[in-house]
Design a protein around this ligand. Structure first.
Ligand SMILES: Cc1cc2nc3c(=O)[nH]c(=O)nc-3n(C[C@H](O)[C@H](O)[C@H](O)COP(=O)(O)O)c2cc1C
Length: 409
């Protein structure tokens, strides 16, 4: 237990005089996400339930958050072109991703430090996805170690790595991932250095959290989160060696220490040669980059701008998707992430060439709102919206969507 946890424990114990622990436990166990009908409502619950510094870490983007917003507005601006008098009594959302059958084209995006939202962290996400019969991608920067997540959820688990400077560390990590039974490696290539996360800078966000008067005050006004947190703190990275987070530092400092700004295409070849399983490259927007990744052995690419958390001003992923999809053709699968908040967003992405979408924040809001049931609720919302959209569009089979079903502005 570190100083931060000790202080919070003491404070929660002091609060227990006015708010008995049993009541806190009851509050903690209740599922405040069950009444949320949209992802935006889940976001509002999460905003109330977790401290501001944690919410901003998840919700925020880089710089002026132009790209963060653009991902969503570009999706909304696409028109659907419905056909009528089609038999939609049976709607089918099932598809496959790298031969893995999934119940709907929605995969959990890798997210570092999900355990800050709820101590169940990535275990909760993987279990919820497994129950929904889909895939979860575990980040190397996750709060929960790969062995724990793989053991906790029976469903398919993919693992996401970064291009670190220390190849020995990467090699050890890949061996652990393989031993945990993971067959698909996702290499994220859009982080040569940390993006400028202004909210994190202003909030003084560090890993592990630094004890400040503000952090304590934040903990006190979010007693349910603090109660969960004190019982099972997940304040650092579960996959990295213990000394990687020995002292508090900002996320950008950590990123810039570990990530290799000199990494180029031959480094991707290194991954191909050192990873016997399937390989996915995440973080491309340019068709030529996508083609090159496939030529070097990637079996899928993720059109992504890291949810607007890296290069502010980058184009919206949905705008980049058609050209990438055309460039890659049948040589690899294409996925999209960034701004998925509605079932209609998934339908539009699939129509424009994505085999499936990755969702980051939509699931994170669910996790922050109510742990695993909250993640399940997020998936349920997106799935049910998608089914309604398919029926109303007159395209009951998700895999039948094509560019003919949409009109881009
Ligand atoms: C809190 C948070 C942490 C993230 N951590 C990672 C990570 O460790 N590795 C990675 O490849 N992407 C990471 N991402 C980006 C997501 O994988 C994904 O690209 C992005 O969230 C998609 O946008 P959306 O949140 O609008 O769905 C993170 C995103 C969030 C919100």
């Amino acid at each position: 237990m570190n100083d931060f946890t000790r202080l919070l424990t003491a404070q929660v114990a002091a609060d227990a005089r006015t708010l008995p622990a049993r009541a806190l436990a009851r509050l903690s166990a209740a599922n405040p996400a069950s009444r949320a009908g949209t992802i935006s409502e889940l976001r509002a619950v999460a905003a109330r339930r977790v401290p501001r510094v944690v919410f901003d870490y998840v919700d925020g983007g880089a710089g002026d958050e132009i790209t963060l917003r653009r991902n969503q507005t570009a999706l909304r601006d696409i028109e659907l072109r419905p056909r009528v008098l089609v038999d939609v009594s049976k709607v089918v959302t099932a598809t496959t991703a790298l031969s893995e059958p999934i119940a709907l084209p929605l995969i959990a995006a890798p997210m570092g430090l999900a355990g800050l939202l709820n101590p169940a962290g990535e275990v909760a996400i993987a279990r919820a996805m497994s129950e929904a019969r889909s895939i979860s991608i575990l980040s190397v920067m996750a709060s929960c170690p790969v062995e724990e997540v793989a053991a906790a959820a029976p469903g398919p688990l993919w693992f996401q790595m970064y291009l670190w400077r220390d190849r020995g560390l990467v090699r050890d990590m890949l061996a652990r991932v393989r031993a945990a039974g993971v067959n698909v490696l996702v290499v994220t290539v859009d982080v040569p250095c940390a993006g400028n996360r202004d909210r994190d800078r202003k909030n003084g966000f560090t890993v592990p959290p630094r004890i400040t008067a503000r952090a304590l005050a934040d903990g006190i006004v979010h007693p349910r989160w603090s109660y969960d947190f004190v019982r099972n703190p997940r304040i650092s990275w579960g996959n990295l060696p213990g000394d990687s987070a020995a002292s508090a530092a900002s996320l950008s400092t950590r990123t810039n220490q570990q990530f290799d700004p000199a990494a180029t295409w031959p480094d991707l070849t290194w991954f191909r040669e050192n990873w016997p399983g399937r390989l996915v490259i995440k973080g491309v927007l340019d068709p030529a980059d996508a083609r090159r990744a496939v030529e070097l052995g990637a079996e899928a690419v993720v059109v992504s701008n890291h949810g607007g958390r890296q290069l502010d001003g980058a184009r919206a992923t949905i705008s980049a998707l058609p050209a990438v999809s055309e460039a890659v053709g049948d040589a690899a699968e294409v996925y999209l992430d960034g701004g998925i908040r509605r079932g209609a967003d998934i339908a539009k992405a699939v129509a424009l060439g994505a085999r499936a979408c990755l969702a980051g924040r939509a699931l994170a809001y669910g996790l922050g709102a109510a742990g695993q049931p909250g993640v399940s609720r997020a998936v349920e919302i997106l799935g049910s919206e998608l089914r309604t959209v398919l029926a109303l569009t007159g395209c009951p089979q998700v895999s039948d969507l094509s560019p003919a079903w949409v009109r881009q502005p």
